[in-house]
Design a protein around this ligand. Structure first.
Ligand code: NAD
Ligand code: MN
Length: 357
């Protein structure tokens, strides 16, 4: 029997609703498959922990997490705390501490869901956005001076390293190579940002030599945003910087129908550290505590976690169950349904057990 050690961190808001839903589904899945178990430990880190302890996670939190095979994460964000405290104090601490340099964001319009794009038919959109997750515009490099004076200044410097760009390109080419279309779009803004982005283009060309079966092309980020709306079927795998891919992947989530169905994985492809799997949405103050959060993004990211853990069969089984439930019209209200989180979860568990829906 294979055992995978999972650290569950629901954190804030609807994270506390969708992660328990995801764990219930994972338990049903392990039972159905019968050849692996998940050894789950829960951590109460987040904004309430901050109110009690003055920090989002314990000082030795990363040390504790190192023992796990994967981290299953909900969302952070609290009405009464600044976002930079909650985000940097927990989620980014894990991403950076564990060098999770590849952020993978798949996008599809699931059966039964409608894209806000009028012309999109099911199957038209099947994208994977690969986001550089460790440097670039979010390297935290910069500062403030002359505070409070008329000449006050703030700088925010983007950092691109040869090692950092090369490894994200390799990850992106590997993913593109593993998909049927073998098409990679390298997104930059090398017309206007003539240092870092030209460097990015050069390294893409270097890495491309090792992937002769992958067709690759360059696209400027603004043109890419338009193309995602106008010619969504022309896109397959996309790689972009931390900032550019952050924006493009929210656009992708919206195109798929709702943020509530968009998953992500923060990977350390070298596997020195545990990788982290999460829905891309935040803590959603407006619906937290109401039991109506869409758990589909959290289920989908669980399929990515299972794949990463070497359980692709279970991953596929879960994704098929989710698709059957969506197609059967058992949907939360953000995607046009009336079901609660619990009803969607029950339906997915029933589908996993092989029931007719
Ligand atoms: P949000 O993603 O929390 O919510 C945006 C909108 O989408 C809301 O109307 C919300 O109700 C809806 N939504 C999100 N997830 C949903 C789901 N699963 N089912 C149904 N509807 C869903 O973004 P926001 O409102 O900008 O941010 C709220 C807080 O979350 C902020 O503190 C922000 O910093 C934080 N945040 C955290 C993360 C993260 O932890 N990765 C990501 C984004 C935002
Ligand atoms: Mn974002």
């Amino acid at each position: 029997m294979r055992t995978h050690k999972i650290a569950a961190i629901p954190a804030d808001g609807i994270g506390q609703e969708v992660i328990p839903a995801g764990l219930a589904v994972l338990r049903a899945l392990a039972e159905r498959c019968g050849d692996f178990t998940l050894d789950v430990e829960h951590f109460d880190w987040g904004s309430d922990y901050y109110r009690a302890n003055g920090r989002m996670m314990p000082e030795d939190g990363l040390e504790t997490l190192k023992r796990f095979d994967a981290i299953y994460f909900g969302a952070v964000g609290d009405k009464d705390l600044p976002d930079d405290i909650t985000l940097w104090g927990l989620r980014l601490k894990i991403c950076q501490g564990f060098d999770q340099y590849a952020n993978i964001r798949p996008t599809r319009v699931l059966p039964g869901l409608t894209s806000p794009l009028r012309a999109v038919e099911p199957g038209d959109i099947d994208w994977v956005i690969v986001r550089e997750n460790s440097e670039g515009e979010y390297a935290g490099h910069g500062g403030r001076a002359h505070r409070g004076h008329p000449e006050e200044i703030a700088t925010e410097t983007a950092i691109f390293t040869r090692a950092g760009v090369t490894r994200i390109m390799r990850t992106a080419f590997e993913i593109a190579k593993s998909r049927p279309r073998r098409l990679l779009t390298v997104v930059t803004k090398s017309n206007a940002q003539k240092h870092g982005m030209v460097f990015w283009d050069e390294i893409a060309a270097e890495v491309a030599r090792d992937y002769p079966t992958v067709t690759w092309e360059k696209e400027l980020v603004d043109a890419m945003a338009a193309r995602m709306i106008q010619r969504p079927g022309s896109i397959d795998t996309v790689v972009a910087t931390n900032l550019h891919a952050d924006i493009l992947s929210d656009l992708a989530g919206a195109v798929a129908g709702s943020l509530g169905v968009a998953p992500t994985a923060n990977l350390d492809p070298s596997r020195r550290y545990p990788s982290m799997f999460e829905p891309i949405h935040g803590s959603a103050f407006d619906i937290a505590g109401k039991g109506v959060a869409n758990p589909v993004a959290t289920f989908w990211t669980a399929t990515m976690m299972l794949e990463h853990l070497g359980e692709p069969v279970a991953g596929r089984l879960l994704m098929e169950a989710v698709e059957r439930v969506c197609a059967a019209g058992i949907r939360t209200r953000d995607v046009g349904g009336t079901a609660t989180t619990a009803e969607v979860t029950e339906a997915v568990i029933a589908a996993i057990k092989g029931a007719n829906l």
